[in-house]
Design a protein around this ligand. Structure first.
Ligand SMILES: [Zn+2]
Length: 254
């Protein structure tokens, strides 16, 4: 069963030292595409390098947790990297996170909008991180204009799912979907149409139930595929085929 992981932190220091083994394990388990997402600027060179090799593609961006790394030249650097490297296919992981409070809201919005603007100008998809920030997120999208992308680890309400889907976004699900008590996530996965659903692992975080207590790895993505199939009452092969079409449609073929 071909599987696709649209959100893995392969340049994370917890993953990078064992990258070769991680990728061969993924390939052995039928993982045909992994979008390696950046969190910090220091990860960009490793992501550019690893994206030269199957099945990895890259996304570059600055996560809202690392705003202190922001400088005025980041948008130009992002634009150059996206134009120079064919296998850097997306901007990510970027977004808004007010879980710890809203003190840095203006800075978060500024950094998010500046990166979003690069994606829109170059017509590249975006991988979004959002926590307790949906109103500000949709406002930012309205201010920027149409953008393609995926909401990573979607965990919003059905109303938020509807709004994101109406905006044209894909919703991506990961390990926590497999937890017995994840009622809201299962509802959202059931609600999301097959032609708008994606799968991910958020490696090395958010492991599926079957690997609780371990770090997650891209080959765990098949558990997410299986759980989406279960909640939708369809076969894993149907989910796999849909995710393949969605992943390659949004990010291109690995
Ligand atoms: Zn992430």
């Amino acid at each position: 069963m071909p599987c696709y992981d649209c959100h893995a932190h392969l340049a994370d220091p917890r993953v990078l030292p064992s990258l070769t083994a991680t990728l061969s394990e993924a390939t052995d388990h039928g993982v045909c595409g992994i979008l390696a997402n950046a969190a910090r600027l220091s990860e960009w060179p490793a992501i550019i390098e690893m994206s030269q090799h199957q099945p990895v593609l890259g996304a570059l961006g600055l996560h809202p947790f690392f705003l202190d790394e922001w400088s005025a030249d980041v948008p130009d650097r992002l634009e150059d990297a996206l134009q120079e490297h064919e296998r850097i296919r997306a901007v990510g992981e970027i977004g808004l996170d007010f879980y710890e409070g809203r003190d840095d809201l203006p800075k978060q919005v500024e950094v998010f909008a500046a990166q979003l603007d690069v994606a829109v100008r170059l017509n590249k998809p975006v991988v979004f991180h959002n926590r307790k920030s949906w109103n500000e997120f949709f406002t930012a999208l309205r201010n920027t204009g149409p953008v393609q992308g995926a909401c990573h680890h979607f965990s919003g309400s059905l109303e938020t799912a509807r709004q994101a889907l109406d905006t044209g976004l894909f919703l991506s699900f990961c390990g926590p979907l497999t937890y017995a008590n994840a009622r809201r996530l299962k509802e959202a996965a059931r609600y999301t149409p097959l032609d708008r659903i994606l799968t991910e692992t958020d490696t090395p975080d958010l492991p599926p139930e079957q690997h609780r207590g371990e770090q997650s790895r891209p080959h765990h993505v098949h558990w997410v595929v299986t759980e989406i199939a279960r909640v939708k009452g369809i076969t894993p092969d149907d989910v796999s085929a849909a995710v393949e079409a969605n992943f390659t449609g949004l990010f291109g073929k690995p």
